[in-house]
Design a protein. Structure first.
Length: 183
């Protein structure tokens, strides 16, 4: 596992005092799972669009199951975060190709309070796409001026584990074949 636990701050990525960008925690695990926690502040006077992509070089056979989630929070009054037109804030990627999205357009989260959040996930879905080179998450959104967004997201690929009933039937079938060969 590769892990960055101390905050890493990048300033002035798009010009003087335009953006402060903090990565609080970034983890890679051999499951394979990609997890990230970003905190971003738009210091400009206009809406800014952002694209953040995190990938993990790995391979994984198919069939497999995939699971992912996103928790989007905004901080500041009159704050808005929104998905791009015809897009989504969260895209789960296998080998650079989107396999699942969350918080799809016209998703927008806004508040007149000091903060609010929205959580959504997709449970373990059967997936027949083998991972050839990488898995990843792409976050794409627009944030209102002077405001802050915090986004937690993850994407995981795991082995397909048969349900107990399916496993029992499989073992019964193997047992029947062994008994038949002996007869």
């Amino acid at each position: 596992m590769i892990s960055i636990n101390a905050p890493v701050v990048y300033e002035n990525l798009w010009g003087a005092n335009a953006t402060t960008w903090t990565i609080e925690e970034l983890k890679y695990d051999i499951d394979p799972i990609v997890y990230n926690n970003i905190l971003l502040q738009n210091n400009s006077l206009v809406d800014q669009s952002y694209v953040v992509t995190v990938t993990l070089p790995t391979s994984w056979p198919s069939p497999n199951s995939i699971r992912g989630s996103i928790d989007t929070s905004i901080i500041g009054s009159n704050t808005t975060i929104s998905a791009p037109p015809l897009g989504a804030i969260y895209s789960a990627l296998i080998d650079g190709v989107t396999v699942k999205t969350l918080q799809d357009a016209p998703f927008a989260l806004g508040t007149t309070q000091s903060a609010t959040s929205a959580f959504v996930d997709f449970g373990y879905d059967l997936n027949n796409i083998a991972v050839g080179s990488s898995i990843g998450i792409r976050l794409e959104f627009t944030l209102s001026p002077g405001d802050t967004a915090a986004i937690l997201s993850d994407f995981e690929v795991v082995d397909v584990i048969p349900e107990p009933g399916t496993l029992s039937l499989l073992l019964l079938g193997v047992g029947a074949l062994v008994w038949r060969r002996r007869s």
